[in-house]
Design a protein around this ligand. Structure first.
Ligand code: COI
Length: 366
């Protein structure tokens, strides 16, 4: 999709360069937004139309808009990376586009084509590329975080799939998701709440899943933990994922395991990339059920040498300990997380164009 198929309404009062440069020095995560947003509208009669890039700003929504009542909404997370020659690239956008369609199908929203999904990122970046930070070193994971999302905007309180829908992409300069960067995070094990149940929406990236995780996230914060780990809803035994990231376990014999995908687990693009990179590194990746007992026993015996979380926002972040109501699960091996660090470096080197893109994972945006 050529970017000129998106009409441009330029922002008449864009952020002044010195202010933008100041923001890019310390953007945090999800606090600042660029000057424009991309938008495509869908109606039952006309399908997708009205492609545009317009000034970033508040949306006008009718108070009866279906999304505000029935949470008919989905989103994605994907980043833009600046390479040393100044060009701007994104990572496996067709995977996000495909997941966005799966999420749309589950939430009874219209499916957006790859051409519109990737075209909207290109059209937005054509205007806002100056907001993509330049990494200061190979350890610097600064990027422009892109947030495509789709909402049911029809003014109607009947419970049925909306006949009017809007798709947007906003963009936010981002540093590390966790304040400590690559320092190990503590994770809280939720024993009162589950994130998803079979037949539900766990595999879809919809706001409702994240809303359902917040009470547990509150418990996590009360225990000084940065994230929550959820177990399966049927047996409360099998590890599923964190509130917004997948989990990996590294074993001392070179195996590296992550919970196998079910309809209660979000299929992370980083998760999939880690499985491939681990194989490239001579490790033996496994996708299989992993129980909380295996975590506890493997940590105590030294069989498990590392645990890490991964996601677009968090990249790869080591997990230092799991805090549970019965006590703490720490790795006796006292690991310095060499595998997590190695995979993280491999992934970042690829994303920032410092390593050869042997898997064809990069797409040029600008
Ligand atoms: C991401 O990694 O992109 C996520 O969606 C996690 C979170 C920031 C919602």
């Amino acid at each position: 999709m050529p970017t000129d198929s998106f009409d441009l309404q330029p922002n008449a009062t864009p952020t002044a360069s010195p202010i933008r440069e100041d923001i890019l020095k310390n953007p945090g995560f999800g606090r600042y937004f660029t000057d424009h947003m991309a938008h495509v509208r869908w109606t039952l009669d006309a399908g997708w139309h009205g492609r545009e890039v317009r000034p970033y700003g508040p949306l006008t929504l009718d108070p009866a808009a279906a999304v505000l009542h029935y949470a008919q909404e989905i989103f994605e997370g994907i980043k833009a990376y600046r390479h040393a020659d100044g060009s701007v690239w994104t990572f496996r956008p067709e995977k996000n586009a495909e997941r966005f369609r799966r999420s749309a199908h589950r939430l009874a929203l219209p499916e957006l084509s790859d051409a519109d999904f990737i075209g909207s990122l290109k059209a937005l970046l054509a205007q806002d590329h100056a907001w993509v930070p330049t990494p200061k070193s190979a350890a610097d994971e600064c990027s422009l975080y892109l947030r495509p999302f789709m909402i049911a905007s029809e003014k109607f309180l009947g419970v049925r799939p909306a006949h009017e829908v809007d798709y947007y992409v906003i963009a936010s300069p981002a540093a590390a998701y966790f304040k400590g960067g690559v320092e190990p995070v503590s994770i809280w094990l939720s024993s009162h709440y589950n994130r998803a149940a079979p037949g539900g929406t766990g595999f879809a990236k919809c706001g409702g899943n994240y809303a359902a995780s917040l009470a547990a996230q509150k418990e996590a914060s009360a225990h000084d933990c940065g994230q929550v780990a959820f177990l399966d809803a049927r047996e409360n035994k099998w590890i599923e994922e964190l509130g917004g990231m997948n989990l990996f376990f590294v074993f001392k014999d070179g195996r590296i395991a992550t919970p196998r995908l079910t309809d209660t687990i979000l299929e992370g693009v980083t998760r999939d990339s880690v499985l491939t990179l681990a194989r490239d590194e001579g490790l033996s990746p496994e996708e299989r059920p992993i129980s909380i007992d295996e975590w506890r026993e493997g940590a105590a015996s030294g069989e498990i040498t590392e645990v890490f979380a991964c996601g677009t926002a968090a990249v790869i972040t080591p997990v230092g300990e799991l805090v549970t109501e019965e006590g703490r699960i720490r790795l006796t091996a006292g690991s310095d997380n060499p595998i997590a660090k190695r995979l993280r470096t491999k992934l970042l080197d690829l994303q920032y164009g410092r390593a050869e893109d042997t898997h064809g994972w990069l797409t040029k945006l600008v």
